[in-house]
Design a protein around this ligand. Structure first.
Ligand SMILES: Nc1nc2c(ncn2[C@@H]2O[C@H](COP(=O)(O)OP(=O)(O)OP(=O)(O)O)[C@@H](O)[C@H]2O)c(=O)[nH]1
Ligand SMILES: [Zn+2]
Length: 358
C-alpha cells in the first residue's frame, strides 16, 4: 500500500492551486462541460461583466474588450467569443436566468442577469419588513433557478430580531435567514457560506433596505475590469453603468443591477409552487383534484387551518400571488392576441391602399 505522507513533511503541504483567470470570473464544470478543447482555443470563453448602451464588456483569460450588443446575452452570461464576428458569439447554457417582461404593448422578454448562484433577498427589521413581499421575491428567485437567502438588515435598530427572523423563516423551509447590521464588518462573515470563490451573488430588495451597504461591505475597491465600466454619455461625460459584476477579495462576484427590482411575477407558477410547497402538498391530498379549498368536503388545506398547522393568512397570500401571476400571464396572452389582430388590421389597410394604387 502506498501512502502519501507529503503533507507531513516540512513544506510538503499540498498547495491549493491558484484559481485560473477564468475561474476567478466564475468559470466552472457546468460551462466547461459544454465545449471541447478545440473550441476553447478557437472561440475562447468570456464572461459578460457589464452591459452598456454601446455594447457588452467581456472578460476572459487575457481578454478584456467591449463587443457590440447582439448575441442575446446579458450580464453574467458566458460566451464563446467569435473574434471575427463577436455578434455571432455563442451563449453557453445558463445555470440560472432572471428575466422580465418589458413594460409596453409588446412586452417582450428582457434578460436581466444570468448565472447567479445566490440571490440575497434583503429586507430590514423595521417597517419595510413584509412577509408577502419576501414570498414574492423568493418565488421569483426560485423561478429563475437560483438559491435564495433572506438577509434581514438593520438588526441593530430593533430589540426583537428574533421575531423578524422567525417570521422570515416561515417563508420557506428551504431558505436560510440571516440577520445583521449591514454597516458593520458582519456581512463578510455572515454571508461567507454563499460568497465563495467563483460564485456569483446578487442583492434583491426594495429601496433603502441596505443593498448598496451590503455590496460595499463585501467589496474591496478592486472591481473586476475597472476599465470599461465607464462609458461616455452624449455630452462626453463619463457615467458609470450599474449593470456589472464586481470581484470581492474572497474571490466571489457580486452583480449590481437595478433592473432586478422591476421583475414582475409573470410566468412564475413554478417559483410560487416552490415557496408554498407546504400548501401544495396539502392540496394534493384534498379529496377533489380541483378543490378550491373553500367549502368542499375532504379539504386537507381547510383542515390544516382548523387544526392550526397552517396559517390562514399564508393561504390568503398564496391565493393572492397566484391570482396576480395568473393575471399577469393572462394579460400577456390577451395582449398577444390583440397585437395579432392589430397586425392583421395594419396589413389589410396596407393591402387596400396598394390595391387602390394599382
Ligand atoms: N442602522 C442601520 N442602517 C443601515 C443598515 N443597512 C443600511 N443602513 C442604512 O440605510 C440607508 C439605505 O441603505 P442603502 O444601502 O443605500 O440601501 P439600498 O437598498 O442600496 O437602497 P437603493 O440604492 O435605493 O436601492 C443608508 O443610510 C444605510 O446606511 C443597517 O443594517 N443598520
Ligand atoms: Zn382543498
Amino acid at each position: 500500500m502506498v501512502r502519501d505522507y507529503s503533507a507531513f513533511l516540512p513544506g510538503g503541504t499540498p498547495k491549493r492551486r491558484a484559481p485560473s483567470a477564468l475561474e476567478r470570473l466564475g468559470w466552472g464544470p457546468a460551462f466547461a462541460r459544454q465545449i471541447d478543447v478545440d473550441a476553447l482555443t478557437a472561440t475562447p470563453p468570456v464572461r459578460v461583466c457589464a452591459v452598456h448602451r454601446s455594447g457588452l464588456q467581456v472578460a476572459g483569460d487575457g481578454i478584456n474588450q467591449t463587443i457590440p450588443p447582439g448575441p442575446g446575452a446579458t450580464v453574467g452570461d458566458w460566451l464563446l467569443l467569435d473574434r471575427v464576428r463577436p455578434k455571432s458569439s455563442r451563449v453557453l447554457e445558463r445555470k440560472s436566468l432572471i428575466k422580465r417582461r418589458a413594460p409596453g404593448t409588446g412586452r417582450e422578454v428582457q434578460l436581466v442577469a444570468a448565472n447567479i448562484d445566490t440571490v440575497f433577498v434583503v429586507t430590514s427589521c423595521n417597517a419595510d419588513f413584509n412577509v408577502a413581499r419576501l414570498e414574492r421575491y423568493v418565488a421569483l428567485t426560485f423561478e429563475a433557478g437560483i438559491d435564495p437567502v433572506i438577509v434581514l438588515t438593520k438588526a441593530d435598530l430593533t430589540d426583537d430580531t428574533a421575531s423578524f427572523v422567525e417570521a422570515a423563516r416561515a417563508v420557506s423551509e428551504r431558505v436560510p435567514v440571516v440577520a445583521l447590521d449591514a454597516r458593520s464588518a458582519a456581512p463578510v462573515e455572515a454571508l461567507a457560506d454563499w460568497c465563495k470563490p467563483a460564485r456569483t451573488v446578487a442583492f434583491l430588495g426594495s429601496s433603502g433596505v441596505g443593498k448598496s451597504t451590503l455590496t460595499n461591505a463585501l467589496l474591496d475597491t478592486q472591481a473586476i475590469s475597472t476599465q470599461g465600466i465607464r462609458e461616455d454619455d452624449a455630452k462626453g461625460r463619463h457615467t458609470t453603468t450599474r449593470r456589472e459584476l464586481h470581484g470581492t477579495p474572497s474571490g466571489c462576484l457580486v452583480l449590481d443591477t437595478p433592473g432586478m427590482r422591476e421583475v414582475q411575477l409573470t410566468d412564475a407558477a413554478a417559483g410560487i409552487a416552490d415557496v408554498f410547497e407546504d400548501i401544495e402538498a396539502l392540496a394534493a391530498s384534498c379529496r377533489f383534484t380541483d378543490c378550491r379549498h373553500e367549502t368542499e368536503p375532504g379539504c386537507a388545506v381547510r383542515s390544516a387551518i382548523e387544526d392550526g398547522s397552517l396559517d390562514a393568512s399564508r393561504l390568503a397570500r398564496w391565493r393572492k400571488l397566484q391570482a396576480e401571476e395568473t393575471f399577469n400571464s393572462a394579460t400577456l396572452a390577451e395582449r398577444r392576441q390583440k397585437d395579432r389582430a392589430f397586425g392583421k388590421l395594419v396589413r389589410s389597410v396596407i393591402k387596400a391602399k396598394t390595391d387602390r394604387e394599382r
